[in-house]
Design a protein around this ligand. Structure first.
Ligand SMILES: [Cu+2]
Length: 413
């Protein structure tokens, strides 16, 4: 037969894939800084502020995770961690339609790269190196792998977990009926349709106690506490301790999801069990030492007989009054379009969930926040003693003393 050869010129930094700007530089962007110094500290892997404390880390394969999350000294969660990220592609060529990334196998920690100061995180964020020992006799370091900064210190006791997709899209050579599987985004390039799904472990310890499922539905078994994608989402789900607030309601934390995920593959696909967690928007199971993770790094090597099949966690065991773990799926459909070139933007491509106090307190705890601003009509709002905002022009009169820019390089392990 005949092969149609198309020559793609290498235009270097002039190519459509290049991130090198072709326009002159403009004025500097706004800068976040702390007029009276940072209000949190980072020591080793511990973060502490006046309201929140937690430990953080990076799983070499599973990625970001935080532990022992406390609000005003009271523990809310033992662990909140990413478990897996998945992308399933379609297309009109074998290479495109067989592409299925199960990122934990590659290593979401291992493939971290140094964050760029002032670009990936605020300039004055605290940047923390990550050390790891993997596939080597000597430890390695990824500089500035994690950043910590105060953006919105939730004095109301809420925690937000959010994941954004960005970077270069997976694309395919454009031919035939390609446009049925995405958009043309370059001269010979099809941006291929795909799903993004991520799975999170949420091991709540509401008020330091093992937490049980509560809410209008009062589920009885793990089976009943698993909510399939496409089914009616639970409008109110919260985990509660057996202690009550002042008003006699169980002290709880509500899980509020923000996701547009669909089922990654139909359940009759022979590979689907490798990421069967994708069947559920939320599942609540009993906490077990032998069920530490909803996936395995080996699931990509043998998706037909996966090492960990999440559906095995869900059986007829009762969840009432037990120590429970919530497993949350967040994702969205991505049909790449012209604006995904050269890189997918983070804006609008974020999904995740909130953990919000639900009768956990006797009233909104931000009422006790030292950040509160309160003045009356008969007061001078321009006086620093009356209104803390009026102190800022003085406190923030000098430009901050910024650390010199340095960069940790482009390597990943
Ligand atoms: Cu995508």
């Amino acid at each position: 037969g005949l092969v149609n050869v198309v020559l793609i010129p290498d235009n270097g930094t002039g190519g459509s894939w290049s991130l090198k700007s072709q326009v002159p530089r403009g004025p500097s962007p706004p800068l976040q800084f702390h007029p009276q110094g940072p209000r949190f500290s980072v020591q080793g892997s511990q973060v502490a502020s006046s309201l929140w404390t937690f430990s953080f880390g990076l799983g070499a394969f599973s990625g970001p995770r935080i532990f022992d999350i406390r609000f005003r000294g009271e523990r809310l969660a033992y662990e909140i961690s990413l478990q897996e990220a998945l992308a399933i592609y379609g297309g009109n060529s074998p290479a495109a339609l067989l592409t299925r990334y199960i990122d934990g196998n590659f290593g979401m920690g291992k493939y971290s790269t140094p964050l760029t100061r002032g670009v990936d995180c605020p300039y004055l964020a605290t940047y923390v190196d990550w050390h790891f020992l993997l596939e080597s006799q000597a430890p390695k370091t990824i500089r500035d792998a994690i950043c910590v900064f105060e953006q919105n210190q939730d004095a109301n006791g809420a925690i937000e977990v959010r994941l954004h997709a960005t970077g270069y899209i997976n694309s395919a050579f454009l031919f035939g009926a390609a446009r049925s599987y995405g958009n043309q985004v370059g001269e010979h390039t099809l941006g291929t349709v795909h799903t993004h799904s991520a799975h999170f472990k949420v091991d709540l310890d509401v008020a330091g106690k093992p937490s049980s499922l509560a809410g209008p539905q009062q589920e009885k078994t793990e089976e009943q506490a698993a909510f399939p994608l496409g089914g009616t989402p639970p409008r109110y789900v919260y985990l509660a301790s057996n202690h009550s607030n002042k008003w006699g309601h169980p002290r709880g934390y509500r899980i509020q999801m923000l996701s547009f995920a669909g089922e990654p593959l139909p359940q009759n696909s022979s590979m689907e069990r490798a990421f069967s967690w994708g069947r559920y928007q939320l599942a609540v199971t009993r906490r077990k030492e032998e069920e530490p993770s909803s996936t395995s790094i080996y699931n990509l090597n043998d998706p037909w007989t996966p090492t960990v099949d999440f559906t095995d966690f869900i059986n007829n065991e009762t969840v009432a009054g037990q120590d429970l773990v919530a497993w949350v799926t967040a994702g969205f459909l991505h049909i790449p379009h012209a604006e995904d070139i050269p890189n997918t933007v983070t804006v609008g491509n974020g999904v995740g969930f909130f953990l919000r106090p639900y009768n956990f307190f006797d009233q909104d705890p931000s009422f006790d926040s030292p950040d509160s601003v309160y003045f009356r009509g008969d007061q001078d709002a321009g006086a620093c003693e009356v209104n803390p905002m009026a102190c800022l022009p003085q406190a923030a009169a000098c430009a901050p003393d910024l650390p010199a820019f340095s960069h940790g390089g482009f390597s990943h392990s």
